[in-house]
Design a protein around this ligand. Structure first.
Ligand code: DHB
Ligand code: MG
Length: 229
């Protein structure tokens, strides 16, 4: 589409305004401390992809922790431990955070990041395929908040487990459910098929009240948030 100069500069101005807003909100409400910054540096040095949640999303997860009075939190997919630190920090003393990670080398990195961030007393990494580890968690359920941010094809299976391991009032959050709008279209690959199926499930499951919110750095991706009725 051809745009004249004034239209282009209007779009650029809007993008700049949005970026400024994100930076101001981050500065005021979601500043990273040394522990979070250490986790980011260590993950980058280890060659992990820089696909962690944004600081605003981290703060949002903390807000949800407190809103549901979370004492037990489950995360599926640890990456470098960045989201785990945000989630663990909002727990009360004696709270428990369990994160499931398939890659043993990444799990070690995460354990170290938790130690540096001072959350090792409550945060634990379990190594293995989540679909093998989830059935073992039934004795430790219910979890008050469950954060899904792992491989995308099994997202619906993770939702089944989240429902099984939760209670009325629990909050289930899944990352990457918008994907520039592809989360609502005919899927072109297995990963997007997982996301599209997840969105369809949470939009219609009578056990949940749900909403997708665009809230990453550029508002093109975000969380699917569900509360268990
Ligand atoms: C991918 C996975 C994520 O969890 C994410 O937040 C961004 C990208 C990916 O697999 O490409
Ligand atoms: Mg993600």
């Amino acid at each position: 589409m051809v745009q004249d100069n004034s239209e282009t500069s209007e779009i650029q101005q809007l993008a700049k305004t949005r970026q400024n807003i994100t930076e101001e909100i981050t500065r005021k409400f979601a500043a990273e401390d040394d522990g979070l910054q250490y986790a980011l540096r260590a993950a980058k040095q280890a060659g992990l992809p820089e696909i962690q949640i944004s600081p605003i999303q981290g703060k949002f997860l903390q807000l949800l922790d407190v809103a549901c009075n979370a004492h037990k939190i489950l995360e599926i997919g640890s990456l470098g431990g960045y989201s785990g630190i945000w989630l663990s920090r909002a727990l009360p003393a004696k709270g428990r955070f369990i994160t499931l990670e398939i890659n043993p080398a990444h799990a070690e990195l995460v354990q170290n990041a938790f130690a540096k961030a001072g959350v090792s007393d409550r945060a634990e990494v379990r190594v293995g395929n989540a679909l093998d580890l989830l059935p073992l968690l039934e004795q430790e359920a219910p979890f008050d908040l469950i954060f899904i941010d792992a491989d995308k094809p099994p997202y619906s299976q993770y939702l089944d487990w989240a429902l099984r391991l939760s209670r009325p009032g629990s909050i289930i959050v899944a990352d990457n459910c918008i994907r520039s709008g592809k989360g609502f279209e005919e899927p072109q690959d297995e990963g997007m098929a997982g996301i599209v199926a997840y969105n369809n499930r949470i939009a219609s499951d009578p056990r949940l009240i749900s909403l997708d919110l665009a809230m990453d750095d550029d508002y093109t991706d975000g969380f699917a948030i569900s509360v268990v009725r």
